[in-house]
Design a protein around this ligand. Structure first.
Ligand SMILES: NC(=O)c1ccc[n+]([C@@H]2O[C@H](COP(=O)([O-])OP(=O)(O)OC[C@H]3O[C@@H](n4cnc5c(N)ncnc54)[C@H](OP(=O)(O)O)[C@@H]3O)[C@@H](O)[C@H]2O)c1
Length: 331
């Protein structure tokens, strides 16, 4: 059936300016790290993307290695783009990244100019795109001069293959240096993609203030701690969950009785706020205006619907924040 997007899609979403740039992103963005591989249902993947776009999610985040196998998520997304979303290309912000192992040999990993630009060409081919909106260096590479990696990002823009560039998993001092190197080439670093959620607050003391000072947007990944900060694991480990599946990224051993107790305590606060735990975890990230967007993953369209319902429910009372901090800090 021919897809026609929901007419009201932009009225139900909030958009935030990305750092000092002119680009706005939806406060909830969708990542395709998991659930978009070759073995996953193409129909479910399509439903997830359409459900997201219908609710004002304009930003879809990929990387060269998302799958499995690596490259599969970009291929799946390219097919959906071709069959359904192509007429709306100018309403989409599509990002991809390179930085992790993608092909054998010395040129398929890390941060050399050779790897980054070849990988971007491959990503464009897989998605059937002429350009991506954002191209990221996926991680720091201590073996490659930062000038070389940033030079490759600048070339991606100069060649018309990316509109903006970003950094992911960079620490604060290296971010500051990278932003300066890009600025010297006349390029503003649009965005940083770090790990951030209630259970991992590493970026709060140093990286977040750095991004604010440098005018760089922030789009935290795994805002739901891969599903821990949802109703998934409050009682047991459901058979269709990430922790029960073959994914090595979230092991069942991580779900200890102490963690389950903490999650249930957080869930009680969420319920008092009239939210699910997933909604409260997203609101908690987004209460800080330095955060441009929360980059979620989902395995079902219903999870998109639940998660976008945070729009308009982001504020916390001081008492709620104090109680949440106490729960998070308890041993
Ligand atoms: N830059 C990087 O290095 C990096 C690293 C990792 C991820 N990322 C990006 O971040 C994105 C998100 O990562 P993630 O998928 O781990 O993030 P996440 O949002 O923390 O976790 C997603 C998982 O949470 C569960 N979930 C989501 N909404 C739910 C709801 N309302 N109710 C119950 N469960 C819910 C689902 O688990 P089930 O599958 O169990 O249903 C879903 O697969 C990735 O797709 C990628 O774009 C970037």
């Amino acid at each position: 059936m021919v897809y026609t997007p929901a007419q009201q899609r932009y009225e139900t979403m909030e958009y935030r300016r990305c750092g000092n740039s002119g680009l706005k992103l939806p406060i909830i963005s969708l990542g395709l790290w998991q659930n978009f591989g070759w073995k996953q249902s193409r129909e479910n993947a399509r439903d997830i993307i359409m459900t997201a776009f219908d609710r004002g999610i304009t930003h879809f985040d990929l990387a060269n290695n998302y799958g499995p196998p690596p490259g599969a998520a970009e291929e799946t997304f390219g097919m959906i783009l071709n069959s359904d979303l192509r007429p709306w290309r100018d309403e989409l912000i599509i990002s991809t990244k390179a930085g992790y192992l993608m092909w054998p040999g010395p040129y398929g990993d890390r941060g050399s100019r050779k790897y980054l630009l070849a990988s971007l060409d491959q990503s464009l081919m897989r998605m059937g795109l002429e350009y991506v909106d954002i191209f990221y260096h996926h991680r720091m590479d201590p073996e490659t001069p930062l000038e070389e990696s940033m030079g490759a990002l600048a070339s991606a823009i100069q060649q018309g293959k990316a509109l903006y560039v970003g950094l992911s998993n960079y620490d604060a001092p290296t971010t500051r240096r990278a932003v300066k190197i890009l600025a010297n080439m006349g390029i503003h670093c649009l965005i940083h993609q770090p790990r951030y959620n209630m259970l991992d607050r590493t970026i709060e003391p140093e990286l977040l203030p750095t991004l604010e000072e440098e005018g760089v947007g922030c789009i935290p990944y795994v805002p739901l701690a891969q599903g821990l900060l949802t109703n998934r694991y409050l009682n047991d480990i459901p058979a269709d969950s990430r922790a029960a599946g073959p994914s090595p990224t979230l092991s069942a051993e991580r779900i200890t009785p102490q963690l389950v107790q903490k999650l249930n305590a957080l869930n009680a606060v969420a319920q008092e706020r009239g939210q699910t735990l997933a909604q409260m975890a997203l609101s908690w990230i987004l209460k800080d205006n330095r955060i441009t967007s929360a980059l979620i993953g989902v395995s079902k369209p219903a999870q998109v619907i639940e998660n976008v319902a945070v729009v308009g429910h982001i504020r916390f009372s001081d008492d709620e924040l104090t109680r949440i901090d106490a729960i998070l800090q308890a041993e």
